[in-house]
Design a binder for this molecule. Structure first.
Ligand code: PLP
Length: 400
């Protein structure tokens, strides 16, 4: 009998973490590596948020808290949903967890039974299908296309729904493409969901504040209030407030599901870090003006990287609405051979050769369920981005 759980046979380790680790190892070994793999802002956590955490430590707020979050943070989250999304939630409908990742994990573990299907648009954030598998459900992948900016159509969503569908996971702006659904595009999807009353919506709004060129963020329960009773709205402070290491995510939704998530959390981590919770209170209630300043810096970097990649022969890069990722197609590079002699048959071949020959770490598209592409995280300085684009261009020009 195997010692390790059979559940793990169905699970892959996170490839984005693996790329970041490999780039780190090459760097530590003295190689000149540019890492464009990590999904986190390079900006620092704002000082007022750090100060709130220090004050919490000094005030002795260092013990267990309420399992699902301190009342002050749950109140701040309810205010945030009302203020920014026009959504009314009571504190009993809110849970705070150790990052958005734990929120999603809790929700899937708390609701899935064998045979339940979960619709996931591709390309997807790497963890969704694996989390569904751990929960015993079946991921149903619905691919987007380059022509629709990697967004799925209402027809494709409709065709994927079966009597076994439990959840539709929605992520806009998206990791890995940066694509954001406009209000109208989202309404076309929610119109489909309104016709299928057994399907619930898990919306991952992590990149809400990272949108550009006047794009207006929209979330399903806001666009279609008729979905409120079967929507779990997930968000967190990691990306918007540059707080990836603090590990605070949260969700709001029907009290029964939140209660089930609380039960899962009660037998795993108990409450999220007390100090981080006080920092998150400051993040959500303190000054918000820096969000726009940082989004503008990301927009400028997005423009820089899109132009730099489109100057590379064989690469085609769309201009996405948000997040800090681009997802260029490398269809024009497939079947060729690099200057270093590597045959490029897949996007993984491309990324491995690019790392070895030019020291640029990006994540191959197959990891996100749609090929042949790669993901660039452009949350790095302009100078680093310019150098990375120059190296990618040299690599592409060397293909024959
Ligand atoms: N959802 C998406 C789409 C993400 O990109 C990430 C982080 O990469 C998460 C959730 C997890 O966020 P957290 O770091 O708060 O766990």
């Amino acid at each position: 009998m195997p010692f390790l759980s059979r559940t793990l046979d169905r699970v892959k380790p996170s490839p984005t973490v693996a790329v970041t680790q490999l780039a780190g190892e090459l760097k530590a070994a003295g190689q000149d590596v540019i890492g464009l793999g990590a999904g986190e802002p390079d900006f620092d956590t704002p000082d007022n948020i750090k100060a709130a955490a220090i004050a919490a430590i000094e005030a002795g707020k260092t013990k267990y808290t309420a399992l699902d979050g301190i009342p002050e943070l749950k109140a701040a989250i309810c205010d945030k949903f009302r203020r920014e999304n026009g959504l009314d939630y009571a504190p009993s409908q809110v849970i705070v967890s150790t990052g958005g990742k734990q929120v999603l994990f809790n929700a899937l573990l708390a609701t899935l039974n064998p045979g339940d299907e979960v619709i996931i648009p591709a390309p997807y954030w790497v963890s969704y299908p694996d989390m569904v598998q751990i929960g015993g459900g079946t991921p149903v992948i619905v691919p987007g296309t380059a022509e629709t900016g990697y967004k799925i159509t209402p027809e494709a969503l409709e065709a994927a729904i079966t009597p076994a569908t439990k959840w539709f996971i929605f992520n806009s702006p998206s990791n890995p493409t940066g694509a954001g659904y406009s209000r109208d595009e989202l309404r076309a999807l929610t119109d489909v969901l309104m016709r299928h009353e057994h399907v619930w919506v898990m919306t991952d709004d992590m990149y809400e504040h990272l949108v550009y060129d006047g794009f207006t963020f929209a979330t399903p329960a806001e666009v279609a209030p008729g979905l409120y009773d079967r929507t779990l709205t997930v968000n967190g402070v990691s990306k918007a407030y540059a707080m990836t290491g603090w590990r605070i995510g949260y969700a709001a939704g029907p009290a029964e599901v939140i209660g089930a998530m609380r039960k899962v959390q009660s037998q795993s981590t108990t409450n999220p870090c007390s100090i981080s919770q006080w920092a998150a209170v400051e993040a959500l209630t303190g000054p918000q003006d820096f969000l726009a300043t940082r989004a503008e810096a990301f927009r400028a970097r997005r423009d820089l990287v899109v132009a730099g990649l489109n100057a590379c022969p064989g690469i085609d890069c769309a201009t996405p609405e948000g997040a800090f990722y681009v997802y260029p197609s490398i269809a024009g590079c497939i079947g060729r051979v690099s200057a270093g002699g590597a045959r490029i048959e897949t996007d993984e071949d491309f990324c491995t050769a690019l790392l070895k020959e030019e020291g640029v770490a990006v994540v191959f598209g197959a990891a996100f369920g749609l090929s042949p592409n790669f993901r660039v995280s452009y949350a790095v300085s302009d100078a680093v981005l310019e150098e990375a684009c120059a190296r990618i261009r040299r690599f592409c020009e060397g293909l024959h």
